[in-house]
Design a protein around this ligand. Sequence first.
Ligand code: GTP
Ligand code: MG
Length: 200
Amino acid sequence: MQITSSKFHKSATEVDDCPDGDVPEFAFIGRSNVGKSSLLNALCRRKDLSRVSKTPGRTRLMNFFVINEQWHLVDLPGYGFVRTGKKDRNVFEEMIGNYFVDRKQLRCAFVLIDSRHSPQQVDVDFVAWLITEEVPFVLVFTKSDKLKPRAAKKNVAAFLERMEEFAEEPPRTFLTSSQTGDGRREVLGFIGQCLDVEGS
Ligand code: GTP
Ligand code: MG
């Protein structure tokens, strides 16, 4: 899979605002600051297609990007961000929840997890919820450039072990760095496979 064109399409604050039609889409979700926007930019080899910020919780909208004029990448707001206060948080959680439950165009969610940390409850809970809602997903462990490969693998293994409590099968996992491009080919290859299956 090569990305030959990428452009911003639209932002949405609720599922009803999301693009109509049957363009297949892939969504990036994960804690605030985990690297969703950076990964989207790295995949598209664009510096600032999606805004990367030093302030966690900057992305508050669902941002749709058209790739190769054929499919959508969606940059979702981060979960687990507390600074906006409880009221706002619930608004975000409802928006994200409705998105995953309602969005028929979603082919696969990419759940981003910081590879530097041992399993965090908020990520475990979110993944467990996706499974109960039968949303297809894979795990993307980010920022691999920030630690030794062995340490990252240990955190990946620990997360999969936590999932054994509630998941029948381990999900597919990727280890990525938006800084070095690690894992880029694998993620794009996976998206290509999903689209091929559909086209065949
Ligand atoms: P929100 O939109 O706030 O939820 O954040 P996000 O998940 O989109 O994270 P974003 O891409 O904005 O990145 C957050 C910070 O992490 C920025 O300072 C990035 O430069 C940094 N970052 C993201 N990915 C990587 C990576 O692979 N390696 C390193 N070293 N830094 C990264
Ligand atoms: Mg972002």
